[in-house]
Design a binder for this molecule. Structure first.
Ligand SMILES: [Zn+2]
Length: 280
């Protein structure tokens, strides 16, 4: 049904419009990026568990957007029985995606900043804050680690911002979670074929069982983060704040950005997990 196309911004507009035509999907703009790009959510299903799936926290990881859109496409085509209430945010960091694909000119008022840093391997938002270091979970400790690694200000990656939740992209998803009270959340990143399930002593007991199930379905490895990957992330915040299972899933394998040609392979591996989130 959809024609997958890399110039993401125009594709996003076109796809959002097509998806919105479908009456059984509920569409919401949950916020705007620094450059006023929409951060959108698509919700379907009424009952059961409330589950969040979110992608593109990082600019270079735009393949996660396509995976989630492909999943929406199959939902629209009614390929699964829907037993849960699923919310999908395909792109948390739309500015980062545009900058990583097309360069500093797409960073709005921050284009000189991005030029100065260099847009190569761009993971952050337009202001040079890494969204997945900006959540309010172990943020201060992470800040210290960033400094030790010479990350002291806006950067293409791993700078956590001036204070937790300083960024509109972070606030958009935080606000949504605070109002929706999801039972489960999955953050999609690339790459590594890994599942992260643990953060601190509030990690629920069932988290590991769910991680194991996903590992069985996908062949992905269950992992524990280290160093600069501990804290500040969405799944960390979600676990700490709600004491509900939250996961980071690193999809695919290779060097970011993973090529769009990998989409079908990655999707076929993840499909059983995505289907389980809808139907079980
Ligand atoms: Zn990532």
């Amino acid at each position: 049904m959809f024609e997958y196309d890399i110039p993401i911004e125009s594709f996003r507009e076109k796809i959002s419009e097509q998806i919105r035509k479908n009456q059984f999907i509920r569409y919401k703009i949950i916020g705007y990026s620094h450059c006023k790009r929409k951060i959108e959510s698509f919700t379907f299903g009424e009952k059961g568990k409330k589950i969040l799936l979110a992608g593109c926290f990082h600019g270079l990881e735009w393949i996660t957007y396509f995976v989630l859109v492909k999943f929406i496409e199959e939902i629209i085509e009614k390929k699964f029985e829907i037993k849960n209430r699923i919310t999908i945010i395909p792109c948390v960091n739309p500015d980062g995606v545009e900058i990583s694909l097309k360069g500093a000119e797409y960073a709005g008022i921050y284009k000189n900043l991005v030029k100065k840093i260099g847009n190569e391997k761009w993971q952050s938002n337009a202001r040079g804050v890494d969204i997945n270091h900006n959540f309010d979970a172990g943020w201060k400790k992470l800040r210290e680690l960033e400094k030790k690694n010479n990350i002291t200000g806006p950067s293409n990656t791993r700078y956590g911002g001036e204070f937790p939740e300083s960024e509109p992209e972070t606030q958009a998803i935080v606000n949504l979670c605070n109002s929706e009270k999801f039972d489960l959340a999955f953050a999609f990143h690339s790459q590594g074929e890994e599942i992260y399930w643990h953060y601190g002593d509030k990690t629920p007991e069932e988290s590991f069982e769910i991680a194991k199930k996903i590992a069985d379905l996908t062949g992905y490895r269950i992992s524990s983060p280290e160093g600069l990957a501990v804290g500040g992330g969405f799944k960390d915040w979600f676990i700490e704040k709600f004491q509900k299972p939250g996961f980071t899933i690193e999809i695919g394998k290779g060097e970011n950005p993973l090529p769009i040609d990998e989409l079908n392979n990655i999707y076929s591996v993840l499909k059983s997990t995505l289907t389980a989130s809808v139907s079980e």
